[in-house]
Design a binder for this molecule. Structure first.
Ligand code: GRG
Length: 294
């Protein structure tokens, strides 16, 4: 029987993050503390669990993708640290604690994010390299790099920043969500599938699933920013409104946005029907995303 969130895989990720977290010299203690402060706070570990679930879905032991799963959590944590900075969203609460720049200062927070990004690639090139042949390793590295660059997360963030306060159309809103949030979620699922040895049909089905899942994830995030509370979410609610961000509920209202999230979650599940694979826990994941409260 499966639980809605695959707690066993979350625990595997949490243990591995401690093993893979880079140890620094005493001289670099401050930045090391800042990196560990943000990484080991109470994140859902949604992206790394998705990496492992995709590997499992195509018949592999999830552990074949554990270093990449942790590297993606390093990158996600970097994106949260930078997103919270005064020059971006200027948020003070994240994962139930003061944001990295509030605790360590802006200069250290910027570098903690930068270091987590670079260390993600070090982790893949050292630990994942021990488990994976070169061709698959290079393919995985490319997935992660593209998803986090100008055609991925950073591109989405830039359009988001430039659209703030403007009346942008629905396709721009979807571009922002699919890139700012969706790219890393799609890359997570694709890396797990690739490292698990997916065939073309499985990879295509998992890619389509993750695209719909990523959009669902961000629409729910937009809704929670309106209907949630600081204490349940562990972050500042109302951040989107304060920063004049363009969101689904901002354009279409909370109820219509919920309906759209329900249909994108359904599309995610339907996409998995396109290939032979074990889909129970991926379906659980889309139900979790739809019903999440934090
Ligand atoms: C911001 C200067 C700068 C550059 C990099 C950071 C960035 C570009 C883009 C990232 C934008 C971003 C933070 C997207 C993620 C949106 C999102 C839904 C975050 C919350 O993820 P959860 O709910 O958080 O998985 P936990 O804390 O559970 O891990």
């Amino acid at each position: 029987m499966s639980t809605l969130y695959s707690e066993d895989l979350k625990e595997l990720v949490n243990d591995a993050l401690h093993v893979y977290f880079p140890k620094s010299s005493q001289r670099l203690k401050t930045i090391n503390d800042a990196m560990s402060y943000s990484l080991f706070s109470s994140g859902k570990r949604f992206r790394p669990v998705l990496v492992l679930l995709a590997a499992e879905a195509v018949g592999a032991d999830p552990k074949v993708a554990l270093p990449v799963a942790c590297a993606i959590e390093f990158i996600h944590t970097y994106s949260l640290i930078h997103d919270d900075l005064p020059t971006i969203d200027d948020d003070t609460l994240r994962r139930g604690s003061a944001t990295c720049h509030v605790k360590f200062g802006e200069n250290i927070a910027i570098m903690a994010g930068d270091a987590l990004f670079a260390e993600a690639f070090v982790l893949i090139l050292t630990e994942q390299a021990k488990l994976t042949d070169t061709q698959r390793l290079v393919r995985t590295l490319r997935e992660v790099a593209v998803a986090t660059g100008i055609d991925g997360m950073v591109g989405g963030q830039v359009v988001d920043i430039m659209s703030a306060g403007h009346d942008v159309d629905q396709s721009t809103l979807e571009y922002i969500h699919n890139h700012k949030t969706g790219s890393l979620i799609v890359a997570s699922a694709r890396c797990g599938a690739i490292l698990g040895g997916a065939d073309e049909a499985q990879l295509e089905a998992i890619t389509s699933y993750a695209g719909h899942l990523g959009l669902t994830f961000q629409i729910i995030d937009d809704i929670l920013d309106i209907v949630g509370t600081d204490s349940t979410l562990g972050k500042n609610v109302g951040s989107d409104i304060n920063n004049q961000k363009i969101t689904f509920p901002g354009r279409l209202g909370v109820n219509r946005s919920k309906e759209i999230a329900e249909s994108t979650a359904k599309l995610a599940e339907e996409a998995l029907g396109g290939a032979e694979m074990y889909r129970d826990r991926l379906n659980d994941m889309s139900n979790f995303v739809l019903g999440r409260k934090s």
